[in-house]
Design a protein around this ligand. Structure first.
Ligand code: UDX
Length: 438
């Protein structure tokens, strides 16, 4: 089966490598010629565990190719996936210019039946626009070929993307014809050994499913953060509450961790976009507006805890250590990360910031430049620090030597934004310790 994937970003590259691994002949397409040249040399532009090996293996096997020209390969394909970016524009709605550009190129060059599948997260109604754009270009050329559009939203988690792709809980596919359904069923057949479900539905429902899923997950997090903040007021422990409520199978155990807010490329963007979609329809998403509001507040909570630990005294001239910069472990991605909010607040307060992250240091330098002292490891970051703020729960932060940390710090103060440390152990080691909801 020949398929092309347009857009070699996160979703495109992971999907391309994984489909190739199941035996499909995959061509990954990107307008960025530099990126394509680098990929051809085996240089992977993103950090994702296992992706390098998977790409190399399938390139060697001849099943995975890269090109910067969609027209050159278009008419060899049965399916073209569009996985280009949909950055939010100022009002929070997804900008469809790249998605529609791909549709235009397809319409300008298509000579035989094709299924055009949108994998990017796009608002309800986008498939209809893609169809209209392709048709318009075909009409201009006076060409009469049949084609189908489909929607196949992606539920990959960064850092776990390959596993998520290879053994997903479910695959959601929005289709408009039996012909497209048969082709996509064939594509996903190799995954059936893993016993997962392909759920076929109409296209608007598939488009909506992606936003509703991410919004539901974001809602759980903001809800738990709200509960955690209340736990602090009443003297309850959010960890206990989480276990208590999570063992109700209707609620489930996952995604109930209180912390210093959610970030990343998906939750913040998708929550905003769904609020905007609703606003455009004259409907107001009250729950989601609150979810967003709680999250914004939660991202600065560690700064307020730091202020409180210093009894409101000025933080000017204090040295603050940060452990973790990415929006979550196993990625260098800092989009919407809590670290960006905290760095800004600490800078405004006149603090010196010493930071360490296992992989996101270059990304941080690119974003905030010299506002931060970049340290070689976690211990160097706490040198002479007046407090340590834990922002991302990387594994290597979980079991530090408290002796080393304590003797390096000016003041033995730890504020843990992900609840990964043991309060008793830290008290024994002589630290003042604050966390979220405990
Ligand atoms: C998410 C969805 O999980 C995925 O299905 C979708 O396709 C893209 O968006 P991702 O953004 O990679 O994936 O990360 P995820 O692991 O879901 O975490 C998102 C954020 O929520 C992180 O900042 C994380 O720290 C936070 N989080 C997660 C919590 O604060 N508490 C939790 O219980 C879980």
């Amino acid at each position: 089966m020949n398929i092309a994937i347009v857009g070699t970003g996160y979703v495109g590259l992971v999907s391309g490598a994984c489909f190739a691994d199941t035996g499909a002949n995959v061509t990954c397409v990107d307008v960025d010629i530099n990126k394509i040249e680098r990929l051809k040399k085996g240089e992977i532009p993103i950090y994702e565990p296992g992706l390098d090996e998977l790409v190399l293996k399938n390139v060697k096997a001849g099943r995975l190719k890269f090109t910067s020209s969609l027209p050159e390969v278009l008419n060899e394909q049965e399916i073209v996936f569009s996985a280009v970016g949909t950055p939010p524009d100022e009002d929070g709605s997804a900008d469809l210019k790249y998605v529609l550009q791909v549709a235009k190129t397809i319409g300008q060059n298509l000579n035989k039946y094709l299924v055009v599948v949108t994998k990017s997260t796009v608002p309800v109604g986008t498939a209809r626009k893609v169809r209209a754009t392709i048709q318009e270009e075909l009409d201009k050329r006076g060409v009469d070929v049949a084609f189908d559009v489909a929607s196949n939203p992606e539920f990959l988690k960064e850092g776990n993307a390959i596993k998520d792709f290879m053994s997903p809980d479910r695959v959601v596919v929005g289709i408009e014809s039996e012909r497209a359904k048969n082709i996509l069923t064939r594509l996903y057949k190799p995954f059936l050994i893993n016993n997962f479900r392909v759920i076929f539905m109409d296209i608007p429902s598939a488009e909506m499913t992606k936003y509703a899923s991410n919004s539901m997950l974001a809602t759980r997090i903001s809800f738990m953060n709200d509960i955690a903040n209340l736990c602090e007021c009443v003297g309850a422990d959010v960890n206990m509450v989480r276990q208590g409520i999570g063992s109700d199978t209707r609620i489930g155990r996952k995604f109930l961790y209180a912390g210093c807010g959610y970030g990343g490329s998906c939750f913040p963007k998708d929550v905003k976009a769904l609020i905007k979609t609703a606003d455009d329809c004259g409907y107001s998403m009250e729950v989601l507006k609150a979810v967003e509001h709680v999250n914004e507040k939660q991202k600065s909570i560690l700064f307020h805890k730091l202020q409180a630990a210093y009894n409101g005294e000025s933080l000017k001239g204090k040295t603050i250590a940060l452990w973790g910069l990415s929006f979550k472990p196993e990625t260098d991605d800092m989009r919407e990360s809590t670290a960006l909010v905290i760095i800004k607040l600490l800078k405004e307060a006149g603090c010196t910031i010493r930071a360490f992250d296992p992989v996101a240091m270059d990304e941080c330098r690119r974003r905030v430049g010299d506002n931060v002292i970049y340290c070689r490891d976690k211990y160097e970051a706490v040198f002479h620090a007046d407090a340590l703020l834990l922002l991302t729960e990387w594994k290597e932060f979980r079991l530090p030597s408290w002796d080393v940390v304590g003797s390096a710090m000016n003041k033995k103060l730890i504020i843990d934004g992900r609840n990964i440390f043991d309060p008793e152990e830290l008290a024994e080691a002589g630290f003042e310790y604050h966390c979220i909801g405990r």
